[in-house]
Write a protein that binds this ligand. Structure first.
Ligand SMILES: *Cc1c(COP(=O)(O)O)cnc(C)c1O
Length: 298
């Protein structure tokens, strides 16, 4: 595929059965091979609009972030330079590049370790960690529109939408997009924090939108799981999802998302749509870590 001709199209919605629950999956992982998942939605604004004076994108975050990889793709498509700032880079990763880090470097990312990102000049665009910024609303509105059109087509009266949150940007702008506009019945958006706790996620929502009527409903997980940490139950449900539905999910957010969703069967009593937010390139490094921790035959 010619990376420059990449266009975001409507992603499919598939009906599946998981642990005897009927559920629909919005396949944003299939948006396009290179530019997919919720980062494609969040950065769509930059892809679609012209920025004649911009030569470089600057961002910061972790060295295996999905957002970092997606920005490297965006930079390549826009013919921008890409400078990325990390607090720390493990010597293992430096010597054995893999996962998002490896592919972002291949796309021309320049990495800076242990220093603060500079203030951008007028020729540079600055992107917050994980794409938490108002420009994300632009692409997430499209996601909302696709879901609403599908809901109407299918004649679904009441719809629950579920997606796991990091910064909460996707869940927030999705819920907000459903709230504005004259819809007979609005889908209800449920989410669960994967980074930090419920209070942290609420604060993230408030930073992007003051009106709490537009906020998604936050589920409290029965168990605290630390972001990025490996859990056997997370690995097990990831395998089960693949086995039962034939879909590969992300290993960082989705296991915690599904485990929490299954703890709330009242949500699943109504028609439920789970949003697959991509992130599959990141699975390469997660799988390596799982294998190192539990051995080859986990
Ligand atoms: C980034 C990401 C998330 C979190 O998205 P937020 O908008 O930050 O809440 C969830 N799932 C996957 C696969 C991601 O890459």
């Amino acid at each position: 595929m010619n990376i420059k001709s990449c266009k975001i199209i409507n992603s499919p919605i598939e009906e599946k059965l998981f642990k005897s629950h009927n559920i629909y999956i919005k396949r944003d992982d299939l948006l396009s091979k290179e530019f997919s998942g919720n980062k494609a939605r969040k950065f769509y604004y930059f892809l679609e609009n012209e920025f004649p004076q911009i030569e470089k994108v600057i961002s910061y975050g972790s060295s295996q972030s999905n957002a970092m990889y997606s920005l490297s793709v965006l930079a390549k498509m826009k013919e921008w330079k890409f400078d990325y700032y990390v607090d720390h880079l493990s010597s293992y990763l430096e010597e054995n590049p893999h996962g998002n880090y490896k592919y972002a470097l291949k796309n021309g990312m320049q990495i800076y370790v242990g220093r603060d990102a500079p203030i951008p000049t007028k020729n540079e665009v600055f992107v917050e960690e994980g794409g938490r910024q108002k420009e994300a609303e632009y692409g997430i509105k499209n996601l909302a529109k696709e879901i609403l059109e599908w809901k109407e087509e299918q004649g679904i009266d009441e719809l629950n939408v579920f997606l796991p949150s990091g910064t909460g940007t996707t869940a927030l702008f999705l819920a907000k997009s459903f709230s504005v506009g004259m819809w007979a019945s609005r889908p209800t958006v449920y989410t669960v924090p994967c980074v930090g706790d419920v209070e942290y996620l609420k604060k993230q929502f408030l930073m992007l939108e003051e009106n709490e009527n537009f906020h998604p409903k936050i589920l409290t997980p029965s168990k605290k799981r630390h972001f990025g940490k490996l859990y056997r139950e997370s690995y097990n449900i990831w395998l089960k999802l693949r086995e039962e539905m034939g879909i590969e999910f992300d290993m960082l957010y989705d296991p915690h998302g599904w485990l929490t969703l299954l703890e709330n069967p009242e949500i699943l009593k109504k028609t439920t749509l789970y949003i697959h937010q991509g992130g599959l390139i990141g699975n390469e490094s997660m799988l390596m870590r799982y294998k190192r921790k539990y051995g080859e035959n986990i």
